[in-house]
Design a protein around this ligand. Structure first.
Ligand SMILES: Cc1cc2nc3c(=O)[nH]c(=O)nc-3n(C[C@H](O)[C@H](O)[C@H](O)COP(=O)(O)OP(=O)(O)OC[C@H]3O[C@@H](n4cnc5c(N)ncnc54)[C@H](O)[C@@H]3O)c2cc1C
Length: 458
């Protein structure tokens, strides 16, 4: 990188908001994948005007690449500076700018942590539903860029369903404003929704306006398990058909159950069965009581092997701690994990689970599954021993087979983690050249010289 560009950043932002020493840059070279790419400089802007100037300087100096970074918790390599260049860290842009209680919107800077926004709103009686398992450390900017989702998506939808307006800096350094604080808005193309899930490739967000809801008064949980996937599947479907559908409908296969069984404190919650569902009802006290009664009745019709309902906050904590612990606990099955967040239409989940069992047997490797049943979003974890080259090769083949089957079943290569670097070679399983060119041409409109997060998605 031209040293003059670093000097220009220092003049613009001050030396304390520009990092260029190797040991400092290392901290911005990773995410939650196992890949690493070193940036050449990291900058910390405070507003849209500064970001615009940063982009224009990058254009001036040989079209230097720029990658936005929130908390660096992505699972698809989105925040990795594949081609070096500049990482724009949003950690210093983490303020809540406006709570509009009459219209029910909140406007924030992109670097705010999801959990900080949730607790600010909760104290005032409001609720921002999207709840990726990383909500305690991931940023709203990263959540919007990846269109993150979590357990509440079954009732409340994902991040894009809450993004109402954005301030964005394009690849030409122009500041644009998309969307409105209105429910209805049909004025030209819906750029707000195009940016949500664009994986940081179309522009950098500097302000985000989100829809908010009133906080539900109560929440209550049921744990239920079945020995047979078809019984479990039909039981879960019957809950989704209810008007008061669950606010969470998570499932775990027998390996995931085994992996976190001890966290469930087995003296209280004695889990048996092969498929476990964690089901939540939310609403007013009366609504929750009614929903739990209805859910239990429906679930019992399909002969569960285990059913546990509790309103106690300590039980809820244990259950949710166990759910959150699944991913890290899987290390006992292998020190290398190929994590796929596929999504299939809900009625194809049993076919997909059968296929995953066959694939596990075919290659002789553990494939462990859990996820968000109500969204058809299955976290498929192919567990490998990284020192065993033959096994790692089989893992790659299993990943290909799983993604191919996902497409055949009418599903999506990624439900929530994005394509980034991890799945870009598999896009051709789903899309032909004409479609891929449409995507590339959309990028060119916002970023003609391809300086914003180059090398991702395609
Ligand atoms: C333990 C764990 C659990 C997880 N659970 C979930 C889950 O349940 N659901 C889920 O969806 N994801 C999950 N994730 C993945 C990850 O947390 C999400 O993708 C999250 O939204 C990333 O946020 P971040 O702030 O870390 O963004 P980063 O990883 O820093 O960046 C992600 C993408 O956003 C872009 N970006 C960041 N800020 C901006 C901005 N201001 N403007 C434009 N682009 C920007 C980056 O360039 C990059 O492309 C999990 C990750 C971990 C490690």
């Amino acid at each position: 990188m031209d040293k003059k560009l670093i000097n220009e950043f220092e003049s613009l932002l001050g030396k304390d908001r520009v990092l260029s020493e190797t040991e400092e840059l290392l901290c911005y070279s990773y995410d939650a994948t196992s890949k690493n790419f070193m940036p050449e400089v990291v900058v910390f802007p405070l507003n849209a005007e500064e970001i615009s100037k940063i982009v224009k300087l990058c254009l001036k100096y040989n079209n230097t690449p720029i990658v936005g970074r929130g908390a660096g918790s992505g699972f698809s390599g989105g925040s990795l500076p594949l081609k070096g260049g500049v990482v724009v860290s949003f950690t210093k842009m983490n303020r809540i700018l406006e709570l509009d209680e009459e219209n029910m919107f909140v406007t924030v800077e992109p670097g705010i942590i999801n959990a900080d926004l949730k607790s600010y709103l909760s104290e005032k009686g409001y609720f921002y539903p999207p709840d990726p398992a990383s909500y305690e450390f991931s940023t709203i900017g990263g959540n919007v860029a990846e269109c993150s989702g979590g357990p509440s998506a079954v009732k409340y939808g994902v991040t894009k369903d809450y993004v109402a307006a954005l301030e964005v800096i394009t690849g030409e350094g122009e500041i644009i404003h998309t969307g409105t604080k209105t429910v209805k808005n049909v004025s030209g193309y819906n750029l707000t929704q195009l940016f949500a899930g664009s994986e940081g490739t179309l522009g950098l967000f500097s302000k985000i306006t989100l829809k908010i809801l009133s906080k539900p008064e109560e929440k209550s949980l049921i744990l239920v398990s079945y020995d047979d996937i078809n019984k479990g599947f039909n039981a879960a479907i019957s809950l989704l058909k209810l008007r008061n559908r669950p606010s969470m409908l998570e499932f775990m296969d027998k390996f995931s159950i085994e992996s976190v069984k001890s966290i469930f404190k087995s003296d209280v919650i004695k889990i048996t069965g092969k498929f476990l569902f964690i089901i939540e009802a939310d609403g007013s006290k009366e609504e929750v009581e009614k929903s739990i009664g209805e859910y239990k009745k429906k679930l019992e019709e399909f002969s569960p092997v285990f059913l546990f309902a509790s309103e106690k906050s300590e039980d809820k904590k244990v259950i949710m701690d166990a759910r959150k612990a699944i991913s890290p606990s899987l290390r006992k099955y292998g020190d290398l994990k190929i994590n796929n967040d596929i999504a299939v239409p809900i009625n194809k989940i049993p076919d997909m689970l059968d296929f995953l069992e066959e694939t596990s047997k075919k290659y002789g490797i553990p494939i462990i599954n859990f996820g968000h049943f109500g969204d058809g979003n299955i976290h498929v974890n192919i567990m490998l021993d990284k020192s065993n080259a033959e096994m790692v090769e089989k893992g790659g083949k299993a990943k290909y087979d799983v993604l191919k089957k996902t497409v055949e079943l009418g599903g999506s290569l990624s439900g929530e983690h994005g394509i980034g670097l991890e799945k870009k070679e598999f896009m051709k399983l789903k899309y032909d050249d004409y479609y891929m060119n449409l995507l590339k041409n959309i990028k060119k409109v916002f970023d003609p010289l391809s300086i914003i997060n180059p090398g991702k998605i395609f």
